[in-house]
Design a protein around this ligand. Structure first.
Ligand code: NAP
Length: 259
């Protein structure tokens, strides 16, 4: 129970990596604000947390909407009294398409959720972290940091690279407040994120190189599980990583090294 008496906020907590992280942090003793924009999914995560004896605070919000983010953080503070850990996880793959086919509104939507969403998550929560210090973990990706070979994923890769820049910039800015800021960069993880992906013109954008089959060395090609990312998030959220800040941690089974 290394997070006993801590309060955490997890965005995109209704599925995938967010759901696994919310459960892992709750198991370690944290009260968890489960934030997302689909109430039915959040209710399931909250029920799972309560089933293991934890405490969840359900926060329905669009991460890119300032008013709903402010009201969610107020609810979490009113209910739980403090904030120690922020996991900025909500994100979409968006549209993957050739650059001359990608529509401005498609570009904007990926930037809106992944970047404005990350910015707003930190903008509304950092004032509370400044009270006692804390830990921020941003869920980035190998895309845009270690690999650039996902066909048409220019907008997505740009947001994921920018998230690591944000982490490094803020590690310095917030260090004086005893707030650590790190990123996890997952490789392929088995989640429902493909539901949030639209691919067009793949033949035009695919990288014309054949990679060996089974390109995740540590699993013989099998994608990772959300829990593989959640356990690194627990490490970064806890005092076990007390001297780690401004660091992207690759959680990709070595996948990104092959590219
Ligand atoms: P996921 O299961 O689709 O989870 C994303 C969560 O974010 C969903 O619960 C989604 O809710 C929520 N969300 C999306 N837009 C939102 C918004 N505007 N406001 C509030 N919540 C919103 O996918 P995942 O794979 O766990 O993705 C989590 C993070 O991991 C993302 O940042 C992604 O880029 C990153 N990542 C994933 C992989 C992978 O292979 N899976 C690899 C590298 C990085 P709805 O489902 O209701 O829309």
């Amino acid at each position: 129970m290394e997070l006993r008496s801590k309060v955490a906020l997890v965005t995109g907590a209704g599925s995938g990596i967010g759901r696994a992280s919310a459960l892992t942090l709750a198991e370690a003793g944290a009260v968890v604000g489960v934030l997302g924009h689909t109430r039915s999914e959040l209710e399931k995560t909250a029920a799972e947390i309560e089933a293991i004896g934890g405490t969840a605070v359900l926060l329905e919000a669009d991460v890119a909407d300032e008013a709903s983010m402010r009201s969610s953080i107020s609810t979490l503070i009113e209910t739980s009294g403090r904030l120690d850990i922020v996991i900025a996880n909500a994100g979409i793959n968006g549209v993957w398409a050739p650059i001359d086919d990608l529509k401005p509104e498609e570009w904007d939507q990926t930037i809106r959720v992944n970047l404005r969403g990350t910015y707003l998550t930190l903008n509304v929560s950092v004032p509370y972290l400044k009270r006692h210090g804390g830990s921020v973990v941003v869920v980035s990706s190998i895309n845009g940091n270690r690999t650039f070979s996902t066909p048409g994923a220019t907008a997505y890769a740009a947001t994921k690279a920018a998230q690591v820049a944000i982490v490094q910039q803020l590690a310095l800015e917030l260090g004086r407040h005893r707030i650590r800021v790190n990123a996890v960069c997952p490789g392929a993880i088995e989640t429902d994120i493909n539901d949030n992906t639209k691919v067009r013109g793949k033949d035009e954008t695919a990288v014309p190189v054949e990679y060996p089959a089974g390109d995740i060395p540590i699993t013989g090609g099998k994608s990772g599980e959300s829990e593989d990312v959640a356990s690194v998030i627990l490490f970064l959220a806890s005092d076990q990583s007390r001297h780690v800040t401004g660091t992207p941690v690759y959680v990709d089974g070595g996948q990104g090294l092959l590219r």
